[in-house]
Design a protein around this ligand. Structure first.
Ligand code: B12
Length: 238
């Protein structure tokens, strides 16, 4: 058990210099359709890697300043570089949210961290509010993940702030009501953000997301929000 705790400590220590954290994990059930490796063997467990707030942002920006200015998908490339190296160090296989076929990151996150979606769909975190995301995951082919799960899993079901939120300001700030009972109107959002009236969304991010009163201390800075919004309206995500 001590060895497994060491592994959890090594994972946190390896991620910390990049502003990343382990976001929880779990072991797949024996009869579950778990991701397979190149030889067809099913993973035994998964640990999600991500950030709360913008802790990774300056590390990413420093790295990016040394890259060619026209580097495609720089955040994905940075994530593959950093998390790939950590995976190699720990004997795990790394997978990434924007890699196809898409891995079910949100389903994994709900299971690993006990989170639930906000009315916007973005998962509500008890501390970070809507200001968090996943940059990769480590798949383990041995039992280490089961022990890691015990050491980094939240002790209890977290508070879901949206249950107590009466005013729901997140559903009242979008100029084109992109979020409704019918779900998220991606085409409508995109047309607005790209248009003449979309400057506020382009420069400071989604107005609905910014209206949420939770986790304000972790709200992404404007340059980070602008970066993600540009990727989002340009066809990327995450
Ligand atoms: C494709 C995609 C999109 C597409 C939507 C496609 C669709 N609905 O079918 C578009 C471009 C519209 C999109 C938008 C956004 N996305 Co998106 N998206 C993805 C991506 C790459 C794949 C989703 C998928 O098909 N997964 C495979 C299925 C099997 O797994 P699943 O867990 O059941 O996935 C379902 C949900 O993820 C849902 N979905 C997709 N995007 C989003 C976003 C939110 C907020 C919610 C609730 C659901 C959702 O669609 C999936 C199929 O039903 C995931 C990363 C990933 N690998 O999951 C990010 C991801 C889900 N997106 C994310 C984010 C943050 C966003 C945006 C806020 C944009 C941004 N970068 O700031 C917006 C929010 C819009 C919204 N409310 O839906 C985050 C969510 C993190 C969180 N804190 O909850 C993820 C996990 C990426 C990441 N790096 O962390 N996204």
């Amino acid at each position: 058990m001590r060895g497994q705790r060491d592994l959890a400590g090594r994972l946190s220590a390896a991620l910390a210099p990049h502003g990343l954290i382990p976001r929880g994990g779990f072991a797949f059930a024996p009869d579950e359709d778990a991701p397979v490796d190149a030889f067809g063997a099913s993973a035994r467990g998964v640990i999600l890697i991500g950030h709360g707030g913008a802790a990774h942002w300056r590390h990413f920006c420093d790295w990016r300043s040394a890259q060619p200015p026209d580097l495609a998908d720089p955040l994905d490339t940075w994530s593959r570089t950093v998390i790939g190296a950590v995976a190699a160090q720990l004997g795990a296989r790394a997978v990434f949210p924007s890699e196809r076929p898409y891995m079910p990151f949100q389903q994994w996150a709900m299971r690993a961290e006990g989170l639930r979606p906000s009315p916007l769909g973005v998962l509500m975190h008890p501390v970070f509010g809507l200001w968090h995301a996943y940059r990769g995951a480590l798949l383990f082919d041995d039992l280490a993940a089961e022990h890691l799960q015990a050491s980094i899993q939240p002790a209890a079901e977290p508070i879901h702030h949206c249950d107590r939120c009466v005013g729901k300001p997140c559903l009242k700030s979008c100029p084109v009501n992109a979020y409704s009972a019918d779900g998220f109107d991606y085409p409508g959002c995109r047309v607005h953000v790209r248009g003449v009236d979309g400057a506020a969304c382009r420069e400071r991010g989604c107005l609905d997301r910014n209206a949420c009163p939770q986790g304000i201390a972790y709200r992404y800075p404007d340059d980070m929000q602008a970066f993600h919004m540009a990727a989002f309206v340009g066809g990327g995500s995450g």
